[in-house]
Design a binder for this molecule. Structure first.
Ligand code: F0G
Length: 405
């Protein structure tokens, strides 16, 4: 395996600690010798071992397995959602519930690999900017590894559950009076200037490698079959690329046939990639003041935008935006019809799918997987805000009976 720039194609040794291409500044990707990998895979073991990120270790860029830092991430449920499918109007609908990961979001899949690389590089501090989930996940894995953790958060709109997690795991948290995009540019600068601090935002080429396992696991859980479509919320835009890459590699080594149509969803107030896809452009125009109730994806200048655009184009996919009202309605629908509690960013996939079915873009005969990236408990304030309030009564039996209906 080696690192490769997605822009200029320059290749670098896998042991190099680069975040972006030192030649042109482009995004880096880990590439495997897929033919070699194909011969090395133990297909029988892959078919019998229980799911989990490290089941797919042959596809992960780790050099020293003794250094692996894990909280048993991955192996999340793939719920078949027949009631929701009927409501939306598709044949077969699944929700990949990433909220079941150790810190309640898909970030744990990336962090187990990213923090393992930090151990391989021998740093003493890991760092990130975050809308909340990356912070919660990184601080947990840093704690497990015995590393220091530095986090930059936008001062407004970090969901309470995420903040509580990062705080209790013991990270040093600096809250800036600005948005995520600004926080990310500051932390990048710090990590470029300081050798001892290792950047674990998804710009880091190793972290999304762990997130590839969402694609692996979906195929695995569907009996080594590719769904027609996978719907993913897009914020900083690494996850949609990572999932695409998972399917691409599984197909390349002959484990599955075909790659699903990758479908990215953004909120109306933060949709630079949707705009680029809709006008057929390879480049996107950043949104200066991103705004949405889905605070996890409140991002105007996604660093991995070029990877998301590639994933969508190469898989013949599409992108759609949804309003906050549509997100809330979808969040309630998923909770009340299927018993699946997700945070608003995750519900955007259900809202986006509904819209695309109504527009006739998604065929009613499709087998679709929506990736629910984060748990409902991440953003309890929003959940309370949008739900019916508890009824308060006197502590008397009759007073309660009156409300039974
Ligand atoms: N869903 C949730 C729940 C997220 O927390 C994020 C990103 C995304 C979707 C989007 O994923 O960035 O790979 O496109 N959250 C980051 C954070 C930005 O800081 O926690 P992406």
């Amino acid at each position: 395996m080696h690192l490769e720039c997605i822009e200029c194609g320059e290749k670098f040794e896998i042991g190099k600690r680069f975040y972006t291409c030192p030649k042109c500044g482009g995004l880096l990707e880990v590439e495997f010798e897929l033919q070699e990998l194909q011969h090395g895979i133990d297909k029988k073991r892959l078919r019998t071992e229980a799911p989990g990120v490290w089941k797919y270790r042959a596809f992960l860029p780790v050099l020293d397995e003794k250094k692996v830092v894990s909280l048993d991430e991955g192996g999340t449920p793939l719920y078949r959602c027949d009631r929701l499918a009927m409501k939306i109007g598709v044949r077969e609908l699944y929700v990949k519930f990433e909220g079941a990961n150790p810190t309640g979001s898909f970030k744990d899949r990336g962090m187990t690999v990213g923090v393992t690389k930090a151990m391989e590089f021998g740093v003493n501090t890991v760092a990130c900017a975050s809308t909340g989930n990356t912070a919660a996940s990184l601080s947990a894995y840093a704690a497990k590894a015995g590393l220091k953790c530095l986090i930059l958060l936008p001062s407004k709109k970090v969901a309470l559950g995420k903040l509580a997690q990062a705080m209790i795991y013991g990270a040093k948290i600096i809250s800036i009076k600005g948005n995520f995009d600004e926080a990310l540019s500051f932390i990048r600068r710090i990590c470029e200037e300081r050798e001892d601090i290792y950047l674990l935002n998804s710009l880091n080429p190793f972290r999304p490698q762990g997130q590839k396992t969402i694609g692996f696991e979906i195929a695995d859980q569907l009996g080594w079959k590719t769904p027609d479509r996978v719907v993913v919320p897009m914020g900083n835009c690494a996850n949609i690329w990572a999932i695409y890459k998972g399917f691409f590699e599984f197909e390349a080594v002959g484990l599955i046939k075909g790659i699903p149509t990758m479908t990215g969803i953004q909120a109306e107030g933060a949709k630079p990639i949707v705009d680029a896809i809709k006008c057929g452009s390879e480049k996107f125009v950043p949104v200066r003041q991103p705004e949405t109730i889905a605070t996890a994806i409140r991002i105007g200048n996604p660093v991995n935008g070029p990877k998301a655009i590639r994933a969508i184009k190469r898989s013949n996919g599409t992108a759609e935006s949804v309003s906050d009202e549509e997100i809330i309605a979808a969040q309630k629908m998923l909770a009340s019809l299927e018993g699946i509690g997700v945070e608003p960013a995750s519900a955007s996939t259900i809202a986006g799918l509904k819209k695309l079915v109504e527009k006739g873009v998604v065929d009613k005969d499709e087998r679709v997987v929506c990736v629910a990236t984060g748990n409902i408990l991440k953003d309890p304030e929003e959940a309370i805000e949008i739900s019916q309030k508890p009824i308060e009564v006197e502590a008397k039996y009759d007073a309660i009976l009156k409300h039974l209906g």
